[in-house]
Design a protein around this ligand. Structure first.
Ligand code: ARG
Ligand code: ZN
Length: 891
C-alpha cells in the first residue's frame, strides 16, 4: 500500500482489455494459514481491443496482491522468473500466443487476513468477499468486471473441519480422499466477472426448501449458518421465496440455476454480497427470531435478502463494465428492493423511511468533501464509493425514470434493457438508452443526473390572479458547487404536485402530465395531481380556471431528490398535514413545521409560541385520529433528526442545534404527555403473531411515544420503561425500553443493562445491541462511557459488527456526544480510525466520514475536528482507503 503515490483512476480512461479469459478453472487446497490456489486460465486476444498490426501482440498484465506466487506455466511450460515481471500489485508477461493456457499457483494465508477481503476465516470457517477487487488477493487475474468467464472450482479440505464446501453454480462431484480429506467440484455455467466468485467451507448447518419457478423448474434453496443459529433462519427463507416470486410477477425475471444458497457469517465488512448462486451475508441480515431481532431488524433481513436476490438479474446477468458504473446495478437494485418492501408493507411509511435516510446521510455526503455524482468520475479506492450517493441517490434517479415513464412503460423499458444486455457488462448510458426506446419524453437532459454532484435546490413562488382565475407557479432550480464541479446545468426534475381549495378538495389541473393510478388506489385523477417537467433554470407553470387562491402540494412522494424552498405560512403547513391527499406530503408538512420551529429557536433563542401552537394542535389531531395507520402516526410524531436539520444550515453549531432540538422535543412532549403515556401502555396488542402488521405498527407508535417522553423528567416515564422492559416478550419492546432507561441514571438502568447483558451471552447480534444502546445515550458522561466500553471483555475490535455497534453508533447516532464541545468525541473517533486502519482499511475508512464535515462547523468545533483529520494523516502510512478520505477532507 503505497500512499505516497496513490493512483487516481479516471472514468474516461476506460479501455477494453487486450485479453479475454474464456474459461477459468480454480483448485483450492484449503489450509488455515497456507491455502494453495491453482488457477488455469484459458486466454485469447480480445477482438475488441485496439489492434497493433503485425506486432508481437500486447503483453498480459494480471492484478494480484498479498498472494505469494509459487509458479507460472504457459501452455504446459513452466516460466522462469526472467520470463515475467512481478510487482507488489501485478504480474506481467510480455509475450503470449493469441490463444494459450496459463497456470498460476499462489499461496495465501486466510487466517491472517484481517481486512476481510479475498479469502478469510470467520468463526473458523473459510469464506470470501471479492467485490470490488478482492479476487486479486486470491490469485493473479484480470480483476475487472468486464472480463466474464465460466468458472470451474475444485475445493479440497479436511472432512473434520470442512464438512461443507461451497462455490458458485451447481455441485458436480464429491469424492472422499485419503488422509481425512475430501474434494468437491462446482460448475457455474453463467459467465461472470471475478467479483462474483465465492467460496465457503467449514462446519455449517443448513435449512432447505424449494421454489418452483413460473416456468415450472424446481430450485433448491439452502441457508447455511453455524449450528447454534439454525433456529433463526426461517424468516430469511420466507423472505427469499417472496423475493423470487415478486421478481417473476413484477419483472418477469426467473431464477436461472438449480440451487440458490445463502451463507451467514459473523465477520463481514458490509451487509451482504450477491455472488452468483452463493450469496454471502453478514449474519445480521439473515438471523432473526422474536428474542433477538427487532421489527426493524426483520424488515432489514427481508430487504437485504431481496436486494441480493434481485442482483441476480440486475448485477449478475447484467453487470457493470467498470466500477464507475456501480450505480447501474446498485441504484437499480435498491430501487427494486424498495419497491418490493413497499408492496409488502405500508408504501407511505416505507417511502418516509427511505427519504429520512437520504436526507440524513446522502444529503450530508453531497454537501461534504466526498460529494460525487452517482456515476463518479474518478477514485483512488473504489471501496470508498459504495456510498449513499451511488446506492440511495442512485435509487432516486431510477425512481425518477419510473415516474417519467409511468409504470407500464417502465416495465417495457426494463424488458428492453434485459433483452439487450443480458450476459454482458454494460454502462449507465446504455441503461438510459434502453429507457429512451420506450419513453415519450426526451431523456437527454435527464442524463445530467448521472454526472452532477450535489443536492439541487428548488425555490418556489406563487402568484394568484383572481381576475383571470389563474394560478402561476414559478419553480427555480440551482445546484451548489461541489469539489471539482461548479456552474452546473439545469436538471430535468419531475415535480409531482396538486392544488387544493380552502376546503381541502383537490382541483382538476389544466397543466402538467397525468399520472397513472396505482393498482390499489382509490384516488381520483385530481387527488393524484399531475407531473410537471422542470427543465429550465426557472420556469412558470400556469393553471387556468382556479377560482380562489389554492394551497399547493409540491413534490408529492418526494418525486425528486432535491431541497424544496417554499415559504408558506404555519397555517398552510398545518392545513396540508390534515388535508393533503398525498400521505407522504402530510408527513412532510409536519416535518417542515417542526424544522421551522427548531431553526427558529436557533435564530431567536426561544420557541415561537404560534408555530408551537400550530404544530402542537396538528399533533393533537393526529393523536386523536383513529383512522390513521399507527406506523404513519409514529412517523408523524417523530421530529427531524439532527443530521437532517443540519442540511438546512450553512454553518452548524451542533451544541446549539442539539439544544434547540431538545427544547422543541420537550415542549411537544409536555403538551401531549398524557396522550403519549396512554400510547405507551395501551397500543400494544396481546395475543397476535409477532409480525402481524398491526402489532408491528402498534409497537412502533408506542415506542415513539416512549422516546418522546424521555425528554420529560424520568419520574414520569421511568416506571413505564422499567415495566415495559420487564414485560417485553419481543426484542423491539425490550430494546426500546432499555434505550429510554439508558438516557437516565436510575437503578433500573443498571439492572436492565445487566439483565440484557446476561441474556445476550452466546448471541453476538444481541450483544451488539447492548453496546449500541449505550453508545447512543444522552448521558453527559457519554464519551467516557463509550471509552470504557472499548475495554469491556465482550468488545471485539476485529469484528466489524461489534466495532460499528459501539464506534459507528456513537459517531453517527449520538450527535450530542460526538460533537462534545471539548472535541473529545472527535479525538475518540480518530483514535479508532488510527488503530483500525492497518487491520481493516475498509471499515476504518467508513469511520472517517463523520470527521469530513469540519468546514461546515461553526466555532471552535471546526478546528477541533480538523486537527483530528490532521492527526490521522500524520499517524503513519495509511491505507489508500483512509488516505483518500482524509486527504479529500483536508483539501
Ligand atoms: N454488492 C454488495 C451489495 O449490494 C455490496 C458490496 C460492497 N462491497 C464493498 N467493497 N464495499 O449489496
Ligand atoms: Zn447491491
Amino acid at each position: 500500500m503505497d500512499t505516497r503515490n496513490p493512483v487516481t483512476i479516471n472514468r474516461l480512461d476506460y479501455q477494453p482489455t487486450d485479453w479475454l479469459i474464456d474459461h477459468v478453472s480454480l483448485q483450492f487446497e484449503l489450509d488455515p494459514t497456507a491455502t494453495l490456489v491453482t488457477s488455469e486460465l484459458t486466454l485469447s486476444r480480445n477482438p475488441a481491443a485496439g489492434q497493433e498490426s503485425n506486432g508481437p501482440g500486447p503483453g498480459l498484465t494480471l492484478q494480484g496482491s498479498d498472494c505469494e506466487l509459487r509458479s507460472v506455466s504457459l501452455d504446459g511450460v513452466k516460466l522462469a522468473p526472467e520470463d515475467y515481471q512481478l510487482s507488489a500489485t501485478e504480474l506481467h508477461i510480455a509475450q503470449l500466443p493469441e490463444h494459450c493456457v496459463l497456470v498460476i499457483v499462489t499461496c495465501i494465508n486466510p487466517e491472517s487476513n484481517t481486512a476481510l477481503e479475498g479469502l478469510y476465516r470467520s468463526s473458523g470457517n473459510f469464506c470470501t468477499q471479492c467485490e470490488a477487487e478482492g479476487f486479486r488477493k486470491i490469485t493473479y487475474y484480470l480483476d475487472r468486471p468486464d472480463v466474464l468467464s465460466v468458472f470451474d472450482v475444485t475445493i479440497t479440505a479436511d472432512v473434520a473441519t470442512c464438512p461443507v464446501m461451497l462455490a458458485n453454480g451447481n455441485r458436480v462431484s464429491h469424492e472422499v480422499l485419503e488422509g481425512g480429506r475430501h474434494r468437491v467440484q462446482w460448475h457455474d455455467p453463467h459467465p461472470k466477472p471475478s467479483y462474483l466468485f465465492a467460496l465457503v467451507a467449514g462446519d455449517l448447518a443448513h435449512i432447505e426448501d424449494h421454489f418452483t419457478t413460473a416456468s415450472g423448474r424446481k430450485v433448491l434453496l439452502q441457508i447455511y449458518v453455524e449450528a447454534h443459529n439454525i433456529d433463526r433462519c426461517d424468516f430469511a427463507m420466507s423472505s427469499l421465496k417472496a423475493s423470487m416470486r415478486w421478481d417473476e410477477e413484477v419483472y418477469g425475471l426467473e431464477y436461472d440455476l438449480d440451487c440458490f444458497m445463502i451463507v451467514a457469517v459473523d465477520d463481514f465488512n458490509m451487509g451482504a454480497m450477491e455472488n452468483k448462486g452463493l450469496n454471502v451475508f453478514n449474519s445480521r441480515f439473515v438471523l432473526a427470531d422474536a428474542q433477538s431481532a427487532t421489527d426493524t431488524d426483520y424488515m432489514g433481513v427481508e430487504a437485504v435478502i431481496a436486494h441480493e436476490y434481485f442482483h441476480n438479474w440486475t448485477g449478475n446477468r447484467i453487470t457493470c463494465r467498470d466500477w464507475f458504473q456501480l450505480s447501474l446495478k446498485e441504484g437499480l437494485t435498491v430501487f427494486r428492493d424498495q419497491s418490493f418492501s413497499s408492496d409488502r408493507h405500508s408504501a407511505t411509511v416505507k417511502r418516509i423511511e427511505d427519504v429520512r435516510l437520504l436526507r440524513a446521510r446522502q444529503f450530508a455526503e453531497d454537501s461534504g468533501p466526498m460529494a460525487h455524482p452517482i456515476r463518479p468520475d474518478s477514485y483512488i479506492e473504489i471501496n470508498n464509493f459504495y456510498t449513499l450517493t451511488v446506492y440511495e441517490k442512485g435509487a432516486e434517479v431510477i425512481r425518477m425514470l419510473h415516474t417519467l415513464l409511468g409504470p407500464v412503460k417502465w416495465r417495457q423499458a426494463m424488458d428492453v434493457y434485459v433483452e439487450r444486455h443480458d450476459g454482458t457488462a454494460t454502462t449507465c448510458d446504455a441503461f438510459v438508452d434502453a429507457m429512451q426506446t420506450v419513453a415519450d419524453v426526451d431523456l437527454t437532459q435527464f442524463r445530467r443526473w448521472y454526472s452532477t454532484a450535489g443536492t439541487p435546490e428548488v425555490r418556489v413562488s406563487e402568484e394568484y390572479d383572481s381576475q383571470n382565475a389563474r394560478f402561476h407557479l414559478t419553480l427555480s432550480q440551482s445546484c451548489p458547487d461541489t469539489p471539482g464541479q461548479s456552474d452546473k446545468l439545469p436538471l430535468h426534475i419531475p415535480v409531482v404536485m396538486g392544488l387544493l381549495d380552502q376546503q381541502g378538495n383537490s382541483l382538476s389541473l389544466s397543466n402538467g402530465r397525468a399520472l397513472a393510478a396505482a393498482v390499489d388506489s382509490s384516488q381520483t385523477d385530481a387527488q393524484r395531481g399531475v407531473l410537471l417537467d422542470l427543465t429550465e433554470a426557472s420556469q412558470t407553470f400556469t393553471f387556468e380556471g382556479v377560482d380562489a387562491a389554492p394551497v399547493v402540494s409540491l413534490l408529492r412522494g418526494f418525486s425528486a431528490p432535491v431541497k424544496l424552498v417554499h415559504d408558506v405560512t404555519d397555517e398552510t403547513l398545518a392545513f396540508l398535514m390534515a388535508n393533503d391527499p398525498d400521505t407522504f406530503n402530510r408527513w412532510e408538512a409536519g416535518q417542515r413545521l417542526a424544522t421551522r420551529l427548531i431553526l427558529g429557536v436557533l435564530q431567536e433563542g426561544r420557541i415561537n409560541a404560534d408555530t408551537l401552537a400550530s404544530l402542537g394542535q396538528a399533533w393533537g389531531l393526529i393523536l386523536a385520529d383513529d383512522s390513521l395507520d399507527m406506523a404513519f402516526k409514529a412517523e408523524a410524531l417523530s421530529l427531524p433528526t439532527i443530521d437532517t436539520l443540519e442540511g438546512s444550515l450553512e454553518q452548524v453549531d451542533y451544541q446549539a442545534l442539539i439544544a434547540a432540538h431538545a427544547m422543541v422535543s420537550t415542549a411537544l412532549a409536555e403538551k401531549h404527555a398524557e396522550a403519549l403515556c396512554v400510547l405507551v401502555t395501551e397500543t400494544r396488542q396481546a395475543g397476535v403473531a409477532l409480525l402481524d402488521p398491526a402489532a408491528m405498527s402498534g409497537r412502533k407508535l408506542a415506542n415513539t411515544a416512549l422516546a418522546l417522553l424521555t425528554w420529560l423528567p424520568e419520574s414520569l416515564w421511568g416506571p413505564l420503561a422499567a415495566a415495559q422492559y420487564a414485560a417485553a416478550d419481543n426484542m423491539t419492546d425490550r430494546i426500546a425500553a432499555l434505550a429510554a432507561l439508558c438516557h437516565g441514571d436510575s437503578a433500573a438502568r443498571q439492572d436492565c443493562l445487566d439483565d440484557f447483558h446476561a441474556k445476550a451471552i452466546g448471541n453476538r447480534l444481541v450483544m451488539d445491541k447492548w453496546f449500541a444502546v449505550q453508545a447512543t445515550s444522552r448521558r453527559s458522561s457519554i464519551v467516557e462511557d463509550v471509552a470504557a466500553l472499548l475495554q469491556h471483555a465482550d468488545f471485539e475490535a476485529g469484528n466489524p459488527n461489534r466495532l460499528r455497534s459501539l464506534v459507528a453508533s456513537f459517531a453517527l447516532n449520538n450527535p450530542g456526544g460526538f460533537h462534545a464541545a471539548n472535541g473529545q468525541g472527535y479525538r475518540f473517533l480518530a483514535d479508532q480510525v488510527i488503530a483500525l486502519d492497518s487491520r481493516n482499511p475498509q471499515v476504518a475508512a467508513r469511520l472517517v466520514s463523520p470527521l469530513g464535515h469540519w468546514k461546515r462547523l461553526a466555532g471552535p468545533a471546526r478546528d477541533l475536528m480538523r486537527q483530528e483529520l490532521v492527526r490521522i494523516r500524520d499517524s503513519g502510512p495509511l491505507s489508500p482507503d483512509v488516505f483518500e478520505l482524509v486527504s479529500k477532507a483536508l483539501q
